[in-house]
Design a protein around this ligand. Structure first.
Ligand SMILES: CC(=O)[C@@H](O)[C@H](O)COP(=O)(O)O
Ligand SMILES: NCC(=O)COP(=O)(O)O
Length: 253
């Protein structure tokens, strides 16, 4: 069954907007876990627009031994005041998984995966270090990306399919080609021994079609749409709704 990892970035956006401690990302993660989330995801960006290093440590304490913990970030982003660097955070909390994402500060959000022809050589030692720390390694990749064999060869465990283009096509009512490209990339990755995760702009409206069209997705990480929907449905019912969609897709419904 595909694991649902709830990304709590957007709770931190709301919290930071007033400069206090509420709403709590830890309380949100606890509620998501209570509703059946199998993991918690955060993306501690260097500009600390939402998740901060302190949140990373606080959430590590909450999830330890309970559910999976997925840290996302750019391993090449240099440390700066208040931000020790992605690898330092991973070393400190030893999450279940580190998802490497080639984001820059100037991006509104994650909008592309790695170019392995350019990036593989400098990723390889970082992947080895993460594996030495006992952390599962996932690379954020575009559907149709080339060079997946390079990822497998350097010991990467999984890819995370960037599902933004799929979500956009689905909203336009024309997702067939995007799903087919995701499925082709997933099958290529799986044939190389790579697991397949997926994320970005997944929602209750598009998740079922994605999971029915793309085989063997091990994990979906969902945040933006989930918390938007939770404003109306409540967090617990929303998480349960995602779990039902995942269950129905697994049952072939
Ligand atoms: C990698 C990805 O697609 C998302 O996990 C990312 O965390 C979204 O970042 P924002 O929440 O900052 O938009
Ligand atoms: N890796 C995707 C993720 O964690 C959440 O992405 P989104 O649902 O906030 O777009």
């Amino acid at each position: 069954m595909t694991l649902l990892s709830v990304n709590v970035n957007k709770v931190a956006v709301l919290r930071n907007s007033r400069g206090g401690l509420e709403p709590s990302v830890v309380a949100a993660a606890e509620a998501a876990i209570a509703a059946g989330a199998g993991g918690i995801t955060v993306h501690p960006r260097p500009d600390q627009r939402h998740i901060r290093p302190g949140d990373v440590h606080d959430l590590a304490g909450l999830v330890a031994g309970r559910v999976e913990y997925n840290l996302e970030g750019n391993p090449f982003a240099p440390p700066r005041p208040g931000y020790p660097g992605f690898l330092s955070l991973v070393e400190a909390v030893r999450p279940t998984q580190a998802t490497l994402v080639p984001d820059g500060d100037g991006q509104l959000t994650s909008d592309h995966g790695f170019d392995l022809a350019r990036d593989a050589a400098r990723l390889a030692p970082l992947v080895a270090q993460l594996k030495a720390w006992g952390v599962r390694v996932s690379l954020f990749m575009d559907a149709g990306a080339e060079g997946l064999a390079l990822a497998a060869g350097m010991g990467v465990d999984r890819i995370e399919l960037y599902t933004g283009p799929f979500a956009e096509a689905h909203a336009a009512g024309d997702a067939g080609a995007a799903i087919a490209l995701c499925a082709r990339t997933a099958r290529e990755a799986q044939a190389l021994g790579l697991g397949v995760n997926a994320g970005h702009d997944l929602s209750q409206a598009n998740l079922g079609d994605f999971l029915r069209g793309v085989p063997g997705v091990l994990e979906v990480s969902i945040g933006h749409a989930l918390f938007g929907e939770a404003l109306h449905q409540g967090l617990g019912p929303t998480v349960r709704a995602y779990r039902a969609i995942i269950g129905a897709a697994a049952a072939g419904a």
